[in-house]
Design a protein around this ligand. Structure first.
Ligand code: B12
Length: 216
């Protein structure tokens, strides 16, 4: 059995060879989607180590970029298990994006891959998206769910503005809104006026699935 927590350390150290070797061994161990979720959690903890070192001044922006590249490679390697779930089509529509001012997209992309694998039709509008972009896409697609992603503390304000913008456009009542990313919390969820929050893509996906069951 592979000790998944070791991954956090080698990711935190930006030891790309060790990370790749680790994930190769993991993939050979016949992992389940639950194992992949644990691996993602360990990878997220590794990114938190990178973030802490950046805050202390031991790492620089170049290291954040490099960390992002390593994590993107990890996701590519485990994508077959993330997408392994049976393709039940037409589960529902999601408009997804990273809010204005925030360029982080790795977490959003993980959620997208997992949601698509579960049969959701996901319309990903990308990073740094202004309120109007969400409003326009929701008018066009008429989704069941809007997913807002953000990793910067500043993203919480942008999420609130986005939810307000959807309300002002008269689109809020028929929508469920979930916010995701490192800084979200119960308090943030209450202030932003979203319906749910999560710092874990698999958890977020379960919430979306429950919403779709309730709608039936
Ligand atoms: C990699 C990284 C970058 C990369 C991003 C590359 C990319 N393509 O995304 C780059 C180099 C671009 C970057 C830039 C910056 N970064 Co940066 N970055 C990080 C780092 C190390 C990892 C982020 C990450 O990918 N985490 C892993 C993913 C998997 O986790 P996640 O995003 O939380 O996603 C999971 C869940 O939250 C959830 N999820 C996410 N979104 C959604 C959406 C929905 C709908 C659902 C359901 C679920 C969901 O699913 C995911 C899987 O479970 C973090 C440190 C950290 N602790 O996270 C700093 C961090 C976020 N960055 C930080 C900073 C300061 C910056 C810069 C300002 C640096 C600078 N001086 O230029 C810029 C800002 C650019 C901007 N305007 O956005 C700070 C933010 C501080 C703050 N409190 O606001 C952090 C926390 C580092 C730190 N400790 O100081 N960064």
């Amino acid at each position: 059995m592979i000790d998944i927590s070791k991954l956090s350390q080698v990711m935190g150290d930006l030891d790309d060879d060790a990370v790749i070797q680790f994930v190769e061994d993991f993939m050979k161990s016949n992992p389940t989607p639950e194992d992949a979720d644990q691996l993602m959690t360990a990878a997220q903890e590794g990114m938190a180590i990178v973030g802490d070192r950046f805050e202390r001044g031991d790492y620089f922006v170049g290291d954040l970029i490099y960390a992002g590249e390593i994590l993107a490679d990890v996701i590519d390697m485990i994508r077959p298990i993330l997408s392994e779930v049976s393709q039940e089509l037409n589960r529902g529509k999601i408009v997804l994006g990273t809010v204005k001012g925030d360029l982080h997209d790795i977490g959003k992309n993980i959620f997208r891959i997992m949601a698509e694998a579960e049969g959701f039709e996901v319309h990903d509008i990308g990073i740094d998206q202004p309120v109007e972009a969400f409003v326009e896409k929701v008018k066009e697609i008429q989704p069941d769910i809007v997913g807002l992603s953000g990793v910067l503390t500043l993203a919480l304000d942008a999420m609130r503005l986005t939810v307000d913008g959807l309300k002002e456009a008269g689109l809020r009542d028929d929508l469920k809104i979930i916010i995701g990313g490192n800084p979200v919390s119960k308090d943030a969820n209450d202030q932003i006026g979203s319906d749910a929050f999560t710092t874990n893509a698999a958890h977020g996906l379960n919430i979306c699935k429950e919403w779709m069951e309730e709608k039936k």
